[in-house]
Write a protein that binds this ligand. Structure first.
Ligand SMILES: N[C@H](CCC[C@H](N)C(=O)O)C(=O)O
Length: 276
């Protein structure tokens, strides 16, 4: 079977975007791993599959698969890319698009400035919602790795995030600590691991070790998570600019009980076909 797809990225977090509306498709884990191979396949951090909506008030269903083949609940950079994709290929002419995911609904909007805005819903802070094996919700959680104590914040954006505050992201062993934490028993479903450096009350530098991938050039839900933890732990402002290795995102969160909005770019690299 020939599969048509688009290669896209959000600040270097790269995706294979597949239209499962006009070409209904089922991809198993080994096919996804093979497609994600950067030498023998298309190569991507995530594969994004767009399917017909499961409810009448939605435009599409949006499914996300990490490069290791695991299906996951949310992808912020990917959400911006699918908004651009469904318009580019004519699956919709709307500028405001509602998509269902494994955990909730995303409201996407293509802005006049060329960026894409996403209402990511309400961050979830209860351990049971993350999920995080801790007796009760804490502002600072603690873990000991190889005899070193770390404190972190934790939040779900639909997917789990653990956020550590560091003095300098450039001098942090993201790969070592990220590997230790992403599959730590505190996180029964694994976690994405963000390393944030507070630059000012409205600016964060961030690197993210992503569950199922490793360090990426950008992580949309990771940027959201760092803004939430930055506001709660470090009294940062509502509007935060998050600088990732691949570029920056705008986050706006009014505090607990409010939904969080993210705005950033979504780029098409090429469209192609591949033999499955
Ligand atoms: N690795 C993540 C999914 C992709 C998140 C990231 N690419 C984003 O933009 O939010 C997870 O396993 O939850």
């Amino acid at each position: 079977m020939m599969l048509s797809f688009a290669k896209m990225h959000g600040l270097g977090n790269d995706f294979m975007v597949v239209d499962g509306v006009t070409q209904p498709i089922f991809l198993n884990e080994s096919q996804i791993i093979k497609l994600g191979d950067r030498h023998r396949g298309v190569g991507f951090d995530q594969l994004l599959l767009i399917e017909p909506p499961q409810q009448p008030d939605l435009d599409f269903q949006y499914r996300i698969f990490n490069a290791d083949g695991s299906e996951v609940e949310q992808c912020g950079n990917g959400a911006r890319c699918i908004a651009r994709f469904v318009r580019n290929v004519g699956l919709t002419w709307k500028h405001k698009i509602r998509v269902g995911t494994m955990k909730g609904v995303l409201n996407l909007q293509i802005m006049r400035n060329g960026l894409v805005s996403v209402d990511m819903g309400e961050p979830r802070l209860e351990p049971g919602d993350i999920p995080l094996r801790y007796a009760q919700k804490e502002l600072f959680y603690h873990v000991n790795l190889d005899g070193i104590d770390y404190q972190f914040g934790s939040v779900s954006m639909g997917n789990p995030h653990c956020v550590l505050t560091v003095d300098n992201v450039d001098e942090t062993d993201v790969d070592k600590i990220g590997r230790q934490l992403t599959e730590h028993h505190l996180f029964p479903e694994g976690t994405n691991v963000g390393f944030m450096q507070k630059v000012s009350d409205s600016e964060i530098r961030l690197r993210v070790y992503e569950r199922g991938v490793g360090e990426t050039q950008a992580c949309g839900t990771g940027a959201c998570a760092s803004a939430v933890i930055g506001r709660l732990q470090h009294q940062m402002e509502n509007k935060i600019r998050v600088y990732l290795p691949g570029g920056h995102l705008h986050i706006d969160w009014g505090g607990v009980g409010e939904t969080l909005k993210m705005m950033g770019p979504a780029e098409l690299v090429y469209q192609g076909f591949i033999e499955l």
